[in-house]
Design a protein around this ligand. Structure first.
Ligand code: CTP
Ligand code: MG
Length: 228
């Protein structure tokens, strides 16, 4: 089976709060999304990469993406939700993908994806009947708030993991799962709704999602530290 990647990149970054969508902000000398796409395009296990952009995207054409090589395809058909953008990517991949091929869905906003993380996902799921996701065990103590924003309970963190991306499932299964459950916040949620249990492959906290401005400084430090 082949491995394809779909990168939803059609969000507006409302929580980040900058005029330029966060995926295009400068990070270690490149637009943020360049790092994300480079990690996928240069990985030998990944055959092709579809990046899903907003139909009104004014930023993509401002940059030169040729360094990413021939695996990259653009889809200017992002939707109103992340899941709709992923569904657009799946439709674009339809000509290339067989039912049993693997699809890795990865957030544009996670620029610190390392080759070793893709290696782990691909190796650990190679014979898996369902597929799975990168995730990390929850580290912080969790509080349940009441309506007055007071801690009403401490939630045991045993068995709780934070979902990351990539999320890797068979093309056919993922298409069926998202068609049946279009309102999920991640692909694994749609697979779970089918009654299947995605495997949790241990990732690393450095694979952070840039959501707020402080995350961008952290991502910069992580990428710079890898340059040695
Ligand atoms: N995404 C997308 N289409 C959408 C919404 C999100 O392709 N309609 C993408 C984002 O571009 C991002 C990934 O999904 O790469 C994860 O979403 P998130 O971090 O929530 O990004 P935004 O939705 O842009 O940010 P916010 O929720 O703060 O508005
Ligand atoms: Mg969002």
């Amino acid at each position: 089976a082949r491995h394809y990647a779909i990168v939803p990149a059609a969000g507006s970054g409302s929580r980040f709060g900058s005029d330029t969508p966060k995926q295009y902000l400068p990070l270690a000398g490149q637009p943020l999304i360049h790092h994300t796409l480079a990690a996928l395009c240069r990985h030998p296990a990944i055959d092709r990469v579809w990046v899903v952009l907003s139909p009104g995207d004014e930023w993509w054409r401002e940059y030169d993406w040729s360094a990413l090589g021939p695996k990259l395809e653009t889809v200017f058909h992002g939707g109103a939700t992340r899941a709709q953008s992923v569904a657009s990517g799946l439709r674009a991949a339809q000509m290339a993908a067989a039912e049993d091929d693997w699809v890795l869905v990865h957030d544009a906003a996670r620029p610190c994806l390392a080759a070793a993380m893709i290696d782990a996902l691909v190796a650990e799921l190679a014979d898996d009947p369902v597929g799975g996701i990168l995730a990390v065990p929850v580290a912080d103590t969790l509080k349940r708030a009441d309506v007055q924003q007071r801690a009403a309970a401490t939630v045991p963190r045993d068995g709780l993991w934070q979902a990351q991306t990539p999320q890797m499932f068979r093309y056919g299964t993922l298409c069926r799962a998202l068609a049946a459950n279009p309102d999920v916040t991640d692909e694994a949620g749609a697979i779970e709704a089918l009654g299947l249990k995605p495997r949790l492959v241990k990732g690393d906290a450095s694979n952070l999602k840039v959501t707020y401005p402080a995350d961008l400084s952290l991502a910069e430090a992580i990428l710079r530290s890898r340059l040695g």
